[in-house]
Design a protein around this ligand. Structure first.
Ligand code: FES
Ligand code: FES
Length: 127
C-alpha cells in the first residue's frame, strides 16, 4: 500500500511524541483503541484556565496512518479552544493525509482520542 507523502513525513518525523505528567491537574488523557486492528492511541492535552489547549502529546502503538493522524492532531489542537478541538472531524484528518478507505478508521481513532480527552476535561470541570 502506498502512503501519501504527508503520512510518511508525520510517520518519520512524528510531532509531539511523549507524555505529560498525568498528575498535573491541567492535563487530560484520551486513550482509545481500534477494534478493527487492535491499535492503541494515547493523546494528552494540557488545557489552561480559559479552556485553551496549550500543548499536546501522543503515543500511538499502531500503523503509520494512525501515527500520522495523531501527530497531525497534536499540531492542530495547539492554541485551539476545547470547542474548536472538539469540532475536528476524522474526515478533515483523512483528507489532509490523503488516507485511502481502508485507513479511514486510523483517522477515526484520532478524532475519538480528542473526544475522550475532552470528555475527561468536562468531568474534571464538573467536580
Ligand atoms: Fe497493523 Fe494497524 S492494523 S498496525
Ligand atoms: Fe488500525 Fe491504522 S489504526 S490500521
Amino acid at each position: 500500500m502506498a502512503y501519501s507523502e504527508k503520512v510518511i513525513d508525520h510517520y518519520e518525523n512524528p510531532r509531539n511524541v511523549g507524555s505529560f505528567d498525568k498528575n498535573d491537574p491541567s492535563v487530560v488523557t484520551g486513550m482509545v483503541g481500534a477494534p478493527a486492528c487492535g491499535d492503541v492511541m494515547k493523546l494528552q492535552l494540557r488545557i489552561d484556565d480559559n479552556g485553551i489547549i496549550e500543548d499536546a502529546k501522543f503515543k500511538t502503538y499502531g500503523c503509520g496512518s494512525a501515527i500520522a493522524s495523531s501527530s497531525l492532531v497534536t499540531e492542530w489542537v495547539k492554541g485551539k479552544t476545547i470547542e474548536e478541538a472538539g469540532a475536528i472531524k476524522n474526515t478533515d484528518i483523512a483528507e489532509e493525509l490523503a488516507l485511502p478507505p481502508v485507513k479511514i478508521h486510523c483517522s477515526i481513532l484520532a478524532e475519538d482520542a480528542i473526544k475522550a480527552a475532552l470528555e475527561e476535561y468536562k468531568t474534571k470541570q464538573s467536580k
